[in-house]
Write a protein that binds this ligand. Sequence first.
Ligand code: FES
Length: 175
Amino acid sequence: MTAIAEPPLPAAKLGPTPSDPLRASILEAASKPREQSTTIPAAAYTDPGFHEFENQEIFRKEWISLCHVSQIPNPGDFVRVDLCGEPMLVVRSKDMSIKVLSRTCRHRGMDLMPSGFGHPDEGNKRVILCPYHLWSYDLDGKLVGAPEMHKADGFDRSEVCLHRFRSESGKVSSS
Ligand code: FES
């Protein structure tokens, strides 16, 4: 069983293509008979243009496996994921459903669990707390706390929720 998410953003109509020399090297490596197999060029792992090509043509077009459901067996269990520049959180809700939430705070856009702040990649939380101005969200992404916002006219926290990515969990077949 694997939790998967839909591509985070629509793919560009015409994605970038890898540089011609790199593409030629990859095609050459791929066209060799098995006895002459070799690795693809190292630049395929380091070339920013090729990385963007993969993002546009593969990762933004296909469903992507984010984690194994056994990693989040209990309510509040989460896995932190960064995919195509999108900060995400795969979380087990109280009703045992799995949600894939954006980690972008709905207040000022802070990453709710930014790298370099000691956040583990996996763990358990009762609430998701923004480190900037302490807005807090429940395991479904609903805003449950917003300090000082009760003074703001017309602010209704029940209307605020972290963005959710469409996701499913199920068996992944290799056939
Ligand atoms: S940016 Fe998250 S509470 Fe302000």
